[in-house]
Design a protein around this ligand. Structure first.
Ligand code: PSU
Ligand code: MN
Length: 307
């Protein structure tokens, strides 16, 4: 049944059979989250970091209507350069496949596909969440609902402050999604290590984290986890400066009537413009950092599942 729609790269398939550590990666960040050529160089480097840590990377996307778990160089380049990549969340998957389109998978779609393939750990930059003014717009990312149901641990640098962090945390709490700080008590807010909000639990080692995840799923407590890993200090952007940039971007989005799936990519590119590229550099380095932690977690989880 699955083979009808999904192609798993041989390297990933072998790791799955042997019960080795695998880290899933999303592709909306390549197609819609970063400009060319940084999108493709970052995607390649992230895979390299994961290999160096001793895990196998599996970048997930839809190419020509086929779900791909693990991409080759040509496919990465295509996602990074083509203007016709569909930003693909849960609702889009069936149509991107039936119409034989190319899709960059969001956190939600990547979680779904990772879980179908048997991959438990996923590294990205930031997750979607409850947008500011969601009381009016109802703009809540499908990522949150996916975290509520699908068994994948998502390592990220916290929700980006283009979102309403407080409402995002409330939504996750209602849905029983643990928000775990990796070596931090405070929820990181993507570009900054601070947000003013606490995480639910702080863990200091990948081993401790793997144990808690194993217990969660072992008890049948389905759903994902948000593993919030702060951006390295040297790449952090001053909180006030970035807040102002984000406020300006949100205002501009409102005045231009930006809506729906266009909102996140619009805000990301506006913030990059306002920060003269600093936000992109920060974004790249926090993804590298997340790839490292995700690899360590995947290795610890693989040990537990082998026992
Ligand atoms: N946050 C980022 N970079 C991104 C995204 C979020 O810092 O590229 C992407 C992710 O793929 C995420 C998606 O799943 O945006 C959320 O979009 P939306 O808010 O439309 O659900
Ligand atoms: Mn949205």
């Amino acid at each position: 049944m699955l083979k009808k729609y999904i192609d798993i790269k041989p390297e990933v398939l072998e790791a799955l059979h042997k019960g080795e550590a695998i880290v899933a990666l999303e592709s909306t960040i390549i197609s819609h989250g970063m400009p060319y050529p940084e999108n493709v160089t970052t995607a390649q480097k992230v895979e390299e970091i994961i290999r160096n840590e001793g895990a196998v990377p599996a970048t997930i996307a839809i190419i020509d209507g086929r779900i791909k778990v693990g991409l080759d160089e040509k496919q990465l380049e295509h996602l990074a350069t083509s203007k016709n990549i569909v930003k693909t969340s849960r609702r889009d998957i069936p149509f991107v496949i039936s119409r034989k389109l190319d899709g960059g998978t969001t956190v939600a779609a990547t979680m779904i596909i990772a879980a179908l393939a048997g991959i438990k750990v996923f590294a990205t930059g930031g997750i979607g969440g409850v947008h500011r003014n969601a009381q009016e717009t109802f703009d809540i990312s499908a990522d949150l609902q996916e975290l509520a149901t699908t068994n994948v641990a998502v390592v990220c640098a916290g929700p980006k402050s283009i979102l309403d962090l407080g409402l995002t945390l409330e939504y996750l709490e209602t849905n029983g999604v643990p928000v775990v700080g990796f070596k931090t008590d405070e929820l990181p807010a993507f570009y900054s290590r601070k947000s003013g909000f606490k995480v639910d639990y702080r863990v200091d080692t990948a081993e401790e984290l793997a144990e808690a995840i194993n217990i969660k799923w072992g008890l049948g407590l389905n759903g994902g986890l948000v593993i919030a890993n702060p951006i390295p200090e040297e790449y952090e952007i001053d909180h006030e400066f970035i807040s102002k940039a984000i406020n300006d971007a949100v205002e501009e989005a409102e005045s231009q009537g930006v809506k729906g799936k266009e909102m996140t990519p619009f805000l990301l590119s506006k913030v990059k413009e306002i920060t003269k590229g600093d936000s992109l550099t920060a974004n790249i380095h926090l993804v590298y950092n997340n790839a490292k932690v995700a690899s360590q977690l995947a290795i610890e989880l693989a040990k537990l599942y082998r026992d």
